[in-house]
Design a protein around this ligand. Structure first.
Ligand code: HEC
Length: 106
């Protein structure tokens, strides 16, 4: 049961990832984060747009976002807990995703 719900979420987010998400997002975002995140809708985790809004105006937004992704856990969204580094993202991929997310709210 749990598995089928998870695979439904994965399938749904892949459909979204294949359409509006693809433009401009680093490839790792789809492969290593897309199961739980989408640009403008909540999946398992918050949307990248909402995350970007949280850090809007913060000069170190990308750095703070990268620190959250690396560490994982809960950040006050009350959606549960994120695995550290998502689905095994490298530091380079985390940096690219952080800059991408930080840039959305500008
Ligand atoms: C298994 C699901 C899952 C995966 C995979 C995942 N996340 Fe998350 N993510 C979450 C959840 C759940 C939260 C919200 C936690 C909370 O309730 O505070 C979250 C929160 C976040 C936040 C918010 C941090 C903050 O400071 O508010 C960022 C940024 C983020 N994820 C980026 C990523 C990126 C980038 C990847 C891929 C490298 C990724 N996530 C992979 C589930 C996931």
């Amino acid at each position: 049961m749990k598995t089928s719900i998870l695979s439904m979420i994965a399938a749904a987010s892949l459909i979204v990832a294949g359409t509006s998400l693809a433009a401009g997002m680093p490839a790792a975002g789809k492969a290593k984060c897309g199961v739980c995140h989408a640009i403008d809708s909540k999946v398992v985790g918050p949307s990248y747009k909402n995350i970007s809004a949280k850090y809007k105006g913060d000069k170190d937004a990308a750095g703070k976002i990268a620190a959250s992704i690396t560490k994982g856990g809960s950040f006050g969204w009350k959606l549960g807990s994120m695995p550290p580094k998502g689905m095994g993202a490298s530091d380079t991929e985390i940096k690219a995703m952080s800059e991408y997310i930080a840039g959305l709210a500008k």
